[in-house]
Design a protein around this ligand. Structure first.
Ligand code: CAA
Length: 260
């Protein structure tokens, strides 16, 4: 894999652990982090060769405390639109990545950090993690998809409240709201995410990829999610893995997936 400036990337048993590595700034998303994530997801990761990706933050305090506020002062309206669009684009690549991506939220997930966690397919966190969209405190609103994905995940009323008050919620509340899939002990986020990926890796990989596509279609303007599901169902029924899955069930044995 490439040399990265602000993330570290380790692969173990086909699971890629991506750590946002700016602990001195609570892993705030600056230009370097964006460049690294774009290169990693667009060029370096081969979804056919891995079972999943975990994104976490360096240190014990934060997952990601937001966009890097120190880079904000030079923004004008045009540059801010471009920055927002860039965040939208990279987070969409993560959201549509055909292999499961799990956020291991190990502390503050604020602003762009909460938005990054929401762009992942699943989230694990400990009870004292902190989620929030505090942009109104800075005179802006969430710019990397937060006004949309938070509504999708926790509903309009709760999203309006979180975004308009800027209040943080803890991991337990986030779990109750449906923002966190699995609560774990502090320090066990990556291990818990690994177990979740290992469980999903036992399923047919093409079925997982089509599931990501069909579920995401529900939220994409101009996409008919029902039609996407019908097309995915037809596509999967023509795969070798579908024959294998159905035959294995009838023969009362475990299926051996080929990804074909
Ligand atoms: N950008 C840049 N630097 C940040 C940062 C951020 N988002 N968050 C924290 N840091 C830096 C601090 O400036 C500080 O650096 P120095 O030691 O050089 O002063 C260091 O990280 C440690 O932070 P604190 O001393 O503030 O730590 P704390 O424990 O007192 O507070 C915190 C923790 C509550 C998370 C606080 O740091 C905070 O409120 N951070 C900002 C959170 C925020 O507003 N995020 C939204 C950003 S805007 C955004 O993300 C827009 C978007 O949607 C695209």
């Amino acid at each position: 894999m490439s040399n990265y400036k602000a993330i570290t990337v380790q692969e173990n048993n086909k699971i890629v652990l991506v750590t946002i590595n700016r602990p001195h700034a609570l892993n705030a998303l600056n230009n370097d982090v964006f460049e690294d994530l774009i290169r990693l997801f667009n060029d370096d990761l081969d979804p056919r060769k891995i079972n999943g990706v975990i994104i976490t933050g360096a240190g014990e305090k934060a997952f990601v405390a937001g966009a890097d506020i120190k880079e904000f002062l030079s923004l004008d309206a045009q540059k801010a639109r471009e920055l927002s669009k860039r965040g939208h684009d990279i987070f969409a690549v993560i959201e549509n990545f055909p292999v499961v991506v799990v956020a291991a939220v190990n502390g503050f997930a604020l602003g762009g950090g909460c938005e990054l966690a929401m762009a992942c397919h699943l989230r694990v966190a400990h009870a004292n993690a902190r989620f929030g969209q505090p942009e109104v405190n800075l005179g802006i609103l969430p710019g990397y998809g937060g006004t949309q994905r938070l509504v999708h995940l926790i509903g309009k009323g709760r999203a309006m409240e979180m975004i308009m008050t800027g209040d943080m919620i803890d991991g337990t509340t986030a779990h109750t709201f449906g923002l966190v899939n699995i609560l774990c002990e502090a320090g066990a986020e990556v291990a818990t995410a690994t177990k979740l990926i290992e469980k999903i890796a036992k399923k047919a990989p093409l079925a997982i990829a089509e599931t990501i596509k069909a579920v995401n279609a529900h939220f994409r303007h101009g996409k008919d999610g029902y039609q996407t599901e019908i097309d995915s169902f037809g596509k999967l029924a023509a795969t070798e893995d579908f024959r294998e899955g159905a035959t294995a069930f009838i023969e009362k044995r475990k299926p051996g997936w080929k990804g074909l």
